[in-house]
Design a protein around this ligand. Structure first.
Ligand code: ATP
Length: 315
């Protein structure tokens, strides 16, 4: 998907909400739009499915300009997930998920199968949940239904506007993990609005940081962004702990491991999949100068020192 010099100025507004936005999102990737309140993230998102029209510039999906597509058809071909899930309260979960397939004229059997398949995909047993109503679900479950509904007609593109913003931290983390695992399998192109830096670092293949006035401040993969913020605004926005945030992106198994010696048996042991941030946390809590890195079967692969972690955060 390509944003090509996109400008949006709302009627009666003297300044643009989105100002000359150009960026390319490779197919199958998650692009997070991150930035302070009012910096134009939602406006940028809503232009993709023509809930609002660009004033200037163009957006292309798979090489086709959205201006050449009928807005109603365009919206059917794009999954849309919003913060409060946006489910129809008077429709059952099954009917909510079936909305677009029904509009597309799928036969009943196909719709029913698709609903059951999607409930499974988002981890809700169809027999238990299909007939319930949104008010009979928890917030996290409603967001999962929102995702299932957006996926119903298998759209190549999904727009997600702070989809997990209303969830408590524990549920949010779980739904984020589930969505990432799902994305591994289905590889949609996702535009994801967030104002939470940790969420953006976790979810994004790339992050677009917006600044006031709807201008793009930086567009890069999370590791690049944290390592080399383009300017003071980005550095301040990412926070003084961006070195620590970088550590969440690196696994112990990706480090150069020192061979373990006989004395290292007493060191705290962590799986190779553990992030350097968790490893650092453990070293501090246990007063250890290093951790022992273990493989799937618990065998020791080697040792990573506190100093090596420190260097990785500063690199
Ligand atoms: N329908 C509208 N009419 C006029 N101005 C609008 C409209 N929608 C948004 N704006 C303005 O456009 C600017 C960008 O708003 P937008 O909602 O895109 O920002 P955002 O980055 O998504 O913010 P938030 O994180 O608070 O949701 C703001 O100044 C807002 O007041």
């Amino acid at each position: 998907m390509v944003f090509d010099h996109v400008v949006k100025t709302y009627p009666k507004s003297s300044t643009p909400a989105v100002d000359d936005l150009s960026l390319t999102v490779p197919a199958g990737e998650i692009c997070v739009l991150l930035g302070p309140s009012g910096s134009g993230k939602t406006t940028a998102l809503m232009m993709v499915n023509r809930l609002t029209e660009p004033t200037e510039g163009d957006i292309r999906i798979g090489g086709r300009s959205i201006r050449d597509l009928d807005p109603i058809e365009l919206r059917r071909s794009i999954g849309y997930v919003i913060q409060q899930s946006g489910l129809f309260p008077h429709l059952s979960i099954a009917d909510n998920i079936a909305t677009v397939p029904k509009v597309l004229g799928w036969d009943k059997k196909r719709v029913k199968e698709r609903v059951a398949e999607l409930l499974d995909v988002v981890g809700l047993a169809p027999a238990e949940y299909a007939k319930r109503y949104p008010s009979q679900l928890s917030g996290g479950q409603r967001q999962r239904v929102g995702i299932a509904r957006a996926l119903a007609a298998d759209p190549p593109v999904m727009l997600m506007d702070e989809p997990f913003g209303a969830l408590d931290p524990i549920t949010r983390e779980r739904v984020q993990d589930e969505f990432l695992a799902l994305h591994e399998r289905i590889r949609k192109t996702v535009i994801f609005v967030s104002h939470d830096i940790d969420e953006a670092v976790k979810m994004g293949d790339r992050i677009a940081i917006f600044r006031e006035g709807g201008r793009l401040a930086q567009y890069d993969p999370p590791a690049t962004l944290l390592k080399a913020p383009a300017d003071d605004f980005v550095a301040r926005f990412l926070g003084a702990d961006r070195g620590l945030k970088r550590l969440t992106l690196i696994r112990l198994g990706e480090m150069e491991l020192n061979p373990a010696t006989a004395n290292d048996g007493a060191l705290p042991a962590l799986d190779a999949d553990t992030s350097l941030r968790s490893a650092l946390s453990l070293m501090i809590a246990e007063g250890a100068g290093a951790v022992r890195v273990t493989g799937g079967t618990g065998t020791t692969l080697g040792v990573v020192s506190l100093d090596a972690v420190r260097k990785a955060g500063a690199a």
